[in-house]
Ligand binder design. Structure first.
Ligand code: DLL
Length: 434
């Protein structure tokens, strides 16, 4: 069995516990001394860094949420001086502002290692060519996979997202053994491959690392058949680092969480009590080694469970089940995180032609996610000319694109045509099947 970092990945759990304890103690001291937010939160519950004696004391520490990142926007949770930050990434916030993270040189190295471990789990080595179709930019997918491939000594092909015919041409011409993209895009690509009359035997692909959105065993089968490869799950979130927080090994039986760097807990979404192994709840991470923006007990909102059973691959790190859903209303559209509150913010700033009633319809056409925003005109605007309504529609479409980074279809509806609810408004209709 090959490992990227055998010592870390196969460390006996008692040693891992000791390492996590040491790292947690150092982390708590670091954030208490350098981040006002953590100091205030710990002071509020009369907790001193010296009260944290091992990883078993983690539950004493308060949770961190996306709201904390928003309240400290953009750099308030950074634990090092700005000159030590070498990279910024960001993901969608719940309103107009993004969730911002910063990396030191060591953070980039650790993050790359998580992705390099994932590539090795998928059978890659320094001879491999890794075709990266995740987006490059503030999104962590592209650069995460890219740095992982380079750290491994493989060849990274930074194709980024989009331009499907070019993707197919480069997959064929450069002979990539591994592709990294969202699972839904992989299914789309496989179909386009068939349509273009390219046989899968003309490609050199052996495996793919798919993540950034939920997917299923049925989708895995479709991707594996479409390309004639092994399809592996890779998990992560920008707040923790990006892709590579966890990844599947050859047994394809859950994602091994890189527990020497990211300590996972499963907690009850209502009571926030830790639940232990094999129980379903929200996964919470503490970044044990991160310097730029360390996070303590960060609530991901992802629902899953952890299995500490022995894995045939020899890795000792726990395995996380597929993400089953979220405990908030975040949607993932073509790998891009979208909060309904962001859509509402755009609609509210659209002027008085648009009423307060709207509906978000998410679907999948040709294996690609679609999002339609149905909005009602106000009575006042209803008599307006078709031309002026088209203008509102075009402006809304442009604003949605720039705020959400995905293109949404805007459907303008007559006043009172969206069904009213007697209780909580049903604003999101997700027709996708995984
Ligand atoms: O999606 C990082 C990433 C890039 C992971 C490429 C894997 C591959 P964010 O944009 O911050 O980061 O979105 C994080 O996406 O909380 C989950 O809800 C969802 N997610 C990520 N990976 C998976 C996965 C990247 N394998 C959010 N399965 C997370 C299900 C996933 N959901």
């Amino acid at each position: 069995m090959k490992y990227f970092n055998r010592a870390a990945e196969t460390m006996p759990r008692s040693e891992l516990h000791a390492l996590q304890s040491e790292r947690l103690k150092a982390l708590v001291k670091r954030v208490y001394e350098n981040v006002q937010h953590y100091r205030a939160k710990m002071d509020a519950v009369k907790l001193k860094p010296s009260d944290i004696k091992s990883i078993d004391d983690l539950h004493k520490l308060p949770y961190t949420t996306k709201a904390d990142l928003r309240a400290n926007y953009p750099f308030g949770l950074f634990a090092v001086p700005k000159r030590d930050i070498v990279r910024i990434h960001a993901s969608s916030g719940t309103t107009g502002k993004l969730t911002v993270v910063g990396y030191t040189q060591n953070d980039i190295r650790d993050w790359a290692e998580g992705c390099a471990r994932a590539l090795v789990m998928a059978g890659m080595d320094e001879n491999s060519v890794v075709h990266v179709s995740y987006g490059y930019g503030l999104f962590t997918g592209g650069l995460g996979a890219h740095y992982g491939a380079e750290l491994l000594g493989a060849t990274a092909v930074p194709v980024s997202a989009g331009n499907t015919p070019r993707q197919l041409m480069l997959l064929k011409d450069f002979g990539a053994d591994c592709i990294c993209c969202t699972p839904s895009y992989a299914i789309y690509l496989a179909e386009e491959l068939a349509k273009a009359g390219i046989s899968k035997s003309e490609l050199n692909l052996k495996a793919g690392l798919f993540g950034a959105e939920p997917w299923s065993e049925a989708m895995r089968k479709q991707i594996e058949a479409g390309f004639g490869i092994k399809a592996y799950d890779i998990y992560g979130l920008s707040e923790i680092c990006g892709p590579g927080v966890g990844a599947e090994c050859v047994t394809q039986s859950g994602t091994h969480i890189a527990e020497d760097m990211y300590y996972p807990e499963i907690v009850d979404t209502d009571t926030l009590e830790p639940l232990g192994y094999n129980k379903k709840g929200e996964i919470v991470f503490t970044t044990l080694t991160k310097e730029g923006i360390p996070l303590i007990r960060y609530r991901t909102r992802d629902i899953t469970s952890l299995d500490d059973g022995v894995c045939a691959c020899g890795r000792t790190h726990v395995r996380m089940a597929r993400i089953e859903g979220r405990s908030d209303d975040m949607l993932i559209i073509r790998g891009v995180n979208v909060f309904p509150s962001q859509i509402e913010t755009v609609l509210l700033s659209a002027g008085d032609a648009i009423g307060p009633h709207y509906r978000i319809v998410v679907d999948r056409a040709d294996n690609l996610d679609t999002i339609e925003i149905q909005v009602e005109l106000t009575e006042k605007a209803f008599g307006d000319t078709v031309k002026s309504i088209e203008k509102i529609k075009a402006r809304l479409a442009g604003d949605m694109q720039s705020h959400l980074s995905v293109s949404a279809k805007i459907t303008i509806m007559e006043p009172n045509s969206i069904p009213r609810s007697e209780g909580k408004a049903v604003r999101i209709i997700d027709n996708r099947k995984y």
